[in-house]
Design a protein around this ligand. Structure first.
Ligand SMILES: CC(C)(COP(=O)(O)OP(=O)(O)OC[C@H]1O[C@@H](n2cnc3c(N)ncnc32)[C@H](O)[C@@H]1OP(=O)(O)O)[C@@H](O)C(=O)NCCC(=O)NCCS
Length: 220
């Protein structure tokens, strides 16, 4: 039997929430039997323990040396940290999407490499999503949204239709983002942070943190 090695970068809380559905997702994506897949948590440093939740925890150096075909994804919620980990993996493994079986993807969507869709997320229709997107439990992306690279939606985010989200933006738990118009999408800037529970009714500037209902830029 051939061995397929899958490394999930990160061994923190989010990674431990993602690992339980990795096997089913990888098996479906590359059309192999689930018994052929060996799963690992992977860190960039030398791990202090050898297993996490019964899965081996290995360094990236050791993962890279494994024989046979290797796949990976990155389960770290900070977008910039995620990008650094992708660069650290380099060409040593091939990225693969991890979509929970309960994630709903409707029609005419483009989702670039590296996405993680947790259980009960929804990507509805006519949506474009950049590289290494993460949608945590119950997050919803509405029609005609355009989402950049390394964007993170925390649990239960409700991003209504025609919203454009810039690269590296982080949308906190239970945030609600009002719909944009066809000729004027609502824009969340590059690197912006939307605080948990915020109700966003207007554009958010690049790099700003907004909180509250209606959401306002947080004073330092
Ligand atoms: C908005 C956020 C990024 C600010 O973090 P921070 O810069 O560390 O801010 P602090 O915790 O120092 O809080 C500063 C003030 O803002 C308030 N505040 C923080 N987040 C807030 C929010 N989302 N809504 C309203 N007020 C908030 C704090 O109570 C504090 O008020 P005070 O000055 O009166 O004491 C953060 O609180 C947040 O919402 N993060 C998202 C968390 C999340 O969704 N996690 C998902 C894990 S899966």
């Amino acid at each position: 039997m051939k061995r397929i090695h899958f490394g999930l970068m990160g061994a923190g809380g989010f990674a431990r929430e993602v690992m339980p559905y990795v096997r089913a997702s990888v098996s479906k994506s590359i059309n192999c039997s689930s018994e052929e897949i060996e799963l690992y948590f992977v860190e960039t440093w030398e791990p202090k323990v050898s297993t996490v939740n019964g899965y081996p925890l290995v360094s990236l150096t050791d993962f890279s040396k494994l024989p046979g075909h290797k796949y990976f994804n990155v389960a770290v919620s900070d977008g910039r940290a995620r990008e650094e980990l992708v660069q650290a993996v380099g060409g040593s493994a091939e990225v693969i999407q991890i979509h929970a079986p309960q994630a709903v993807i409707l029609e005419a969507n483009e989702i670039a490499d590296g996405s993680i869709l947790c259980p009960f997320t929804a990507v509805t229709s006519n949506i474009r999503i950049g590289r290494y997107f993460q949608a945590n439990f119950n997050a919803i992306v509405g029609h005609d949204c355009v989402i950049g690279d390394f964007v993170t939606l925390a649990p239960s985010v409700n991003c209504l239709g025609r919203v454009h989200i810039g690269d590296y933006a982080y949308i906190g738990t239970n945030a609600m983002i009002r719909q944009g118009a066809a000729d004027k999408p609502l824009r969340i800037g590059t690197g912006a942070i939307v605080g948990m529970g915020a109700v966003v009714t207007k554009d958010v500037p690049d790099g700003a943190t907004v909180i509250g209902n209606p959401a306002r830029v947080m004073s330092k």
